[in-house]
Design a protein around this ligand. Sequence first.
Ligand SMILES: *[C@@H]1O[C@H](CO)[C@@H](O)[C@H](O)[C@H]1NC(C)=O
Ligand SMILES: CC(=O)N[C@H]1CO[C@H](CO)[C@@H](O)[C@@H]1O
Ligand SMILES: [Mg+2]
Length: 262
Amino acid sequence: MGWWERMKISKVLVIVMLMAVTVEVSMGKHKKRDSAETTSSEANYNYCLSWRMAVESNNMRGWRTIPTQCWRYIQSYMVGGQYTRDISLIVDQIYAYLDDSVSPLADGFDAWVFDVDDTCLSNLFYYQAKRFGCDPYNPTEFRLWALKGESPAIPAVLQLFNKLTLTGFKVMLITGRDEETLFDATFDNLTQEGFIGYERLIMRSPEYRGQGAMMFKSEMRKQLIEQGYRIWGNVGDQWSDLQGNFTGDRTFKLPNPMYFVP
Ligand SMILES: *[C@@H]1O[C@H](CO)[C@@H](O)[C@H](O)[C@H]1NC(C)=O
Ligand SMILES: CC(=O)N[C@H]1CO[C@H](CO)[C@@H](O)[C@@H]1O
Ligand SMILES: [Mg+2]
């Protein structure tokens, strides 16, 4: 082999080595970038999980929108199965409570209270278009949605509802929805979705317009108590459904990380 041939071989070797180094360096860069991305998406997930827990435990109040960075997290929570599993675990607790600790007197005054929106009927379709709560609450648009009456039942809650009505409980649906404009749509939608056989659908009549949900619902429950009802249980997706006066012997908070009703 002459010097010229050797030079050619070593040139090729050098080029191959350079290429290998280049590939390795760029792969290293990718690896670095991937792990940086993973870390930041993990951090985001962890933050949004903390945020949701703070909301559910009522440690965070008066919030108007979910953080934009949690849009996808809340979406995946709501439609990916965990929301449904959380509700079903809570409803199981209610069945256990009914079996172990409730002794209805069967005198026609054993009552149970449910909220309507995102307790009996799901507004998930509406909130899907609102980036799961990243967009601020818009009362006009929500009213239009409620008028359309396209809210499906939350299946585990409907099952519980049926068990309660069949075993003689007087089920009271108490909602902050406006009675004058939304009674028909709400009543029809509940009926179509299978909520049949309840005792009362209590809505916000004109004199209670503008009153906070906790005050309004407390007042409605007070009237039930004054009429002789015993409220064994109270189920809602907002803390304002469950706090205040005459809250019931036990309250059950369903998850709702999409909006906050004061
Ligand atoms: C609860 O009852 C007390 C005493 O009647 C009243 O002052 C208060 O405003 C009530 N709270 C609510 C949230 O209704
Ligand atoms: C989902 C569902 O059953 N929607 C119904 C609610 O009630 C209205 C009437 O007010 C029906 O048009 C919807 O189909
Ligand atoms: Mg509600």
